[in-house]
Ligand binder design. Structure first.
Ligand SMILES: [Zn+2]
Length: 412
């Protein structure tokens, strides 16, 4: 199969045009989910889609779908997409790149006069960021059944405004059924990390999302006077927790480079400058590409912490707060991306998604994969988030050719 190429300038111009909607002072974007700014961004996108001959429809949680008919409209659509909402001080590419790359694919197919066998759709998932309403990846969670529609509609923002009210306000809810079948889902996205840039590669072939395990840890010692208690007689919860933190770093080295370990929150109970801490609570975030390994990491945390607590005479409680298994993407979709990037002859590597994406939910619904491009300095969720025009173009070329491969494959 020969390769086709998109128009890089057209895609870049659209990205920059979208970035004017909800622009922030420092060159970023603020389009909180279902806000007036989000509505303005959606409207601009819808105008572009209609200009490209597409039709717009919504489902009950406000996910927006732009559709281009195929040769056989009885077939389930091949869907591209991501999200247009941003963090309060978000960037111009996170999510937007996947949506506008989908649009650029359609525009290019229009240029080439190609109609695919299956219909093509571009999905704009509602509230991916989780900045206004939690949880994140909200629209795709409702679509795929991971979150109930009613729970989602009842969710409130910090001002007490519900999703249901906000949806009614912008009018972007409709009758498209949730969970309707997709032939496949392709999401192009900035990497949001430094790996591709560090390796000097424009394209990442994403093979899946990593497993995540969250632990809540409670260490209990004895509060006592900082001036009157000799060191050997103390049961100091803080020094115990500190030693546990150092043990975590060793665990990360034992599972390097795929194992990641973070203590993101730590609290000294009833803290006081001149009191030995009697109680410490902290969180542990464990990540790994593979499920068996994340279980071994969790086990290592238990064993290491228990040893430390015992030696120091401390109480210890470890509770698992959340476990999200690894999400392998679909081999056939990955192969379509790999063939596309190889035929285009673009430098690339396999990569695992470190962040959550709508594609993680979609992977449980239909054959799914992602395409990553580097972002400057690995920076994301930041007004300074940036991507290079050449990388933006190449990632979208890969999307176009991967979708065409999917569309032209022999029937199952
Ligand atoms: Zn995103």
């Amino acid at each position: 199969m020969s390769v086709l190429k998109i128009k890089g300038d057209r895609l870049w111009d659209s990205l920059m045009e979208m970035a004017k909607v909800g622009a922030t002072e420092r060159g970023g974007n603020c389009r909180l989910a279902l806000s007036q700014e989000d509505l303005a961004g959606r409207k601009l996108f819808m105008k572009w889609c209609r200009d490209a001959g597409m039709e717009i429809a919504f489902d009950a949680i406000g996910n927006l779908f732009a559709r281009r008919e195929g040769l056989d409209d009885g077939l389930a659509p091949i869907v591209m997409g991501s999200h247009l909402d941003t963090q309060p001080k978000g960037g111009r590419f996170d999510g937007i790149y996947g949506v506008l790359s989908g649009l650029e694919v359609v525009r290019s197919l229009n240029d080439f006069g190609i109609t695919t066998r299956q219909p093509l759709e571009i999905a704009v998932w509602t509230n991916e960021e989780g900045a206004r309403f939690t949880p994140a990846m909200f629209g795709s969670a409702v679509f795929t059944g991971a979150l109930s529609l009613q729970t989602a509609l009842d969710a409130n923002d910090a001002a007490g405004i519900s999703v249901a009210e906000s949806l009614a306000d912008i009018g972007h809810h409709g009758a498209l059924p949730l969970k309707r079948p997709f032939d496949a889902y392709f999401e192009a996205h900035i990497e949001q990390g430094p790996i591709l840039e560090d390796n000097g590669l424009p394209v990442g072939v994403v093979i899946g999302g990593q497993a995540i395990c969250w632990l809540d840890v409670q260490v209990t010692g004895v509060s006592a006077h900082a001036g009157t208690t000799p060191m050997p007689l103390r049961r100091d919860a803080f020094f115990g927790a500190a030693e546990m933190a150092m043990a975590l770093e060793v665990i990360s080295q034992d599972f390097a480079p795929k194992g990641l370990v973070t203590v993101g929150q730590l609290e000294i109970g009833k803290s006081s400058r001149n009191t030995i801490p009697g109680s410490i609570q902290f969180t542990v975030d464990l990540r790994h590409h593979e499920d068996p390994q994340i279980h071994l990491m969790e086990q290592a945390v238990h064993e290491g912490f228990e040893r430390i607590a015992q030696r120091r005479g401390l109480g210890l409680e470890i509770n698992r707060h959340w476990l999200s298994p690894a999400t392998p993407f679909d081999p056939a979709c990955i192969a379509a991306v790999r063939e596309a990037v190889e035929e285009l002859d673009y430098p690339h590597q396999d990569i695992v998604s470190g962040a959550g994406h709508d594609a993680i939910h979609l992977a449980r619904h239909c054959p799914t994969t992602m395409i990553f491009i580097p972002c400057v300095g690995g920076l994301s969720h930041n007004e300074a988030e940036d991507a290079l025009p050449g990388d933006v173009r190449m990632g979208c070329d890969v999307l176009l050719n991967a979708v065409l491969r999917r569309a032209n494959r022999l029937p199952d």
